[in-house]
Ligand binder design. Structure first.
Ligand SMILES: Cn1c(SCC(=O)Nc2ccccc2)nc2c(=O)[nH]c(N)nc21
Length: 279
């Protein structure tokens, strides 16, 4: 269960932590045009020292209703940051993008895993992923970031998400993606109401029982806000609670803003899971 991310290895035999670095205007306090690349390097350093096993770098916000970013603009945001971080640190880097051109530029710059919230459905994305020959995370999303939260509807969200992911796996395998390069993700908050997110968490083992590692991203998300009625900066405890529930059910990668605390929570659930039952 070791993922070779362009020469940097990610051992998913135990639950691991994916730290988030957003290189988007809405993620930099000044909201300025010029992202402070030193800030990104500093953040990488902190996430690594806090225990991150991989860093997820994204140049286009995929929050509900977010603006679409042009491919060239997205490349200009992420490539220099990936270059800098991969030159400075040994940690594997994933590129959070739906665009094939960004995938290619990011891997050339040093990224070793494609994290595609659109599960390689964009024109040219699957071909690019095959060509790049790096691991890929296939995530479920209903609709697009622009439309997904308008009227999400499912007859049976767990079955529909599982079916979607297995269909994407089949398409990927047929196109030449290696089975050992595939990771699955239910896509919490991507075209789901609160009850859909809770059901997916309750029945996560439907996905973790499949022969692919499962990535879970619930950090600070609406699944927590909907239940606790708290703002984004008040969602740490909820995030940690769900990270524990996810790892308890077999999730192998937890995507989080709060690496240090998530590392600690995951460490405990893992210790409970793997303690021997004999002296
Ligand atoms: C790139 N990316 C995202 S961005 C959305 C986000 O964090 N929203 C958000 C962040 C903070 C507060 C509220 C919402 N979520 C996932 C995920 O769940 N899985 C995978 N694989 N990739 C992902």
């Amino acid at each position: 269960m070791i993922f070779d991310c362009a020469g940097k290895s990610l051992d998913l035999s135990v639950p691991r932590i994916m730290g988030i670095i957003n290189v988007t205007p809405d993620s930099f306090s000044d909201g300025g045009k010029f992202f402070d690349r030193d800030a990104a390097l500093k953040q990488a350093e902190k996430l690594i020292s806090d225990g991150a096993d991989i860093l997820d770098i994204g140049g286009e916000s995929t929050r509900p209703g977010s603006d679409i970013v042009a491919e060239q603009e997205e490349i200009e945001r992420v490539a220099p940051v990936i270059e800098m971080i991969s030159a400075e640190f040994d940690i594997p880097i994933s590129i959070d993008t739906m665009k094939p051109g960004v995938m290619t530029a990011a891997v050339k710059a040093g990224a070793g895993l494609i994290n595609d919230v659109n599960a390689l459905r964009m024109e040219g994305a699957l071909e690019a992923a095959v060509e790049l020959n790096v691991p890929v995370c296939l995530m479920h999303m209903q609709g697009t970031p622009q439309t997904m939260q308008q009227e999400p509807h499912y007859d049976d969200v767990v079955t529909e998400v599982k079916t979607f992911l297995l269909e994407r796996v089949d398409t990927c395998l047929k196109a030449g993606i290696k089975a050992e390069h595939i990771m699955l993700d239910p896509g919490f908050g991507f075209g789901k109401r609160a009850r859909h997110n809770l059901r997916l968490m309750k029945h996560l083992s439907v996905l973790t029982d499949l022969p692919y590692p499962v990535l879970v991203g619930v950090s600070r998300k609406s699944i927590i806000g909907d239940m606790l009625k708290v703002s984004v900066d008040e969602r740490l405890a909820g995030s940690l609670s769900l990270a524990s529930i996810a790892t308890w059910q077999g999730a192998k990668l937890i995507r989080t803003h709060d690496v240090k605390e998530t590392y600690q929570a995951v460490k405990l659930s893992q210790a409970v899971m793997q303690v021997e039952d004999f002296d």
